[in-house]
Design a protein around this ligand. Sequence first.
Ligand SMILES: NC(=O)c1ccc[n+]([C@@H]2O[C@H](COP(=O)([O-])OP(=O)(O)OC[C@H]3O[C@@H](n4cnc5c(N)ncnc54)[C@H](OP(=O)(O)O)[C@@H]3O)[C@@H](O)[C@H]2O)c1
Length: 262
Amino acid sequence: MLGKTLVIGVGSMGSALLKGALDKGILNANHTSVLVRRSEQLESLRAELGVIGFIKMPPLEDFQTIILAVKPQVLPTVLSQMDSLREGTTVISVAAGVTLSTLQRALPKATIYRAMPNTPASIGCGMTALATDVADDTSAVEALFAAVGEVVVVSEADLDRLGALSGTGPGYMFVILDALADAGVRIGLPRVLAIKAAAQAMYGAGKMALSSGEHPAVLRDQVTSPGGTTIAGIGAMEKGGLRSALQDGVLASYERSNELGK
Ligand SMILES: NC(=O)c1ccc[n+]([C@@H]2O[C@H](COP(=O)([O-])OP(=O)(O)OC[C@H]3O[C@@H](n4cnc5c(N)ncnc54)[C@H](OP(=O)(O)O)[C@@H]3O)[C@@H](O)[C@H]2O)c1
């Protein structure tokens, strides 16, 4: 049970979480508050979701759970306004690169979680890595992120690794999708049709991998008949460095995230 909850920052990620959790009944609008900066946004969230709203930090004693969904650079200011937090409050931060120890130092009374979701959370297809140093029972916080997709509880080191794979993953997929659509146009397809066909192929392949539990190499084997069209395509892509480019991309993202976390 998350209890009375305050969401601080309702941008892309805060709003995906808030809407998903309200929709799935993990949060109850009567016990859910938001802290935003603009009164127009406050009014529209009140009208749309029926939540309670603030444009200044409210007293925090009443809240059992606080979700921090502001940008990492804004977080220090927000943390400095959270003195009234009571002992044992659950605080969940989605801010990339801000470590559990930094959060714990700023909020010594809180039970801290870090989460690394991704943008498909906004359509209920997210992938969230969750880490905590202190909590034994993570089920209530897991349920929050399960409202917007899949969730795995991992070490903080793995959360940072997953940031470079699933956190940034939708960005990689959009580039691959755009490139495949370009290829479709190059062989004569209209762009809209090429995008739809490539996106559905990505979606279907991802779903097959998840639902079958098979190794991707087994699934690929099933569609590459000897001397056929798929193996011809894969051969040319691999000659162009597809696999190593993807590995290098994830590695570069991980290294960048380590630099930013310092
Ligand atoms: N988007 C992703 O793919 C993704 C993935 C994993 C983690 N995250 C993390 O999620 C967090 C939010 O990212 P986002 O993409 O949702 O950013 P975003 O869309 O810019 O949302 C941030 C929100 O915080 C609000 N805000 C700024 N200062 C505030 C304050 N003092 N009090 C209350 N609200 C304040 C902003 O309001 P204004 O619009 O009025 O400035 C904005 O609505 C980041 O820490 C990011 O690292 C994002």
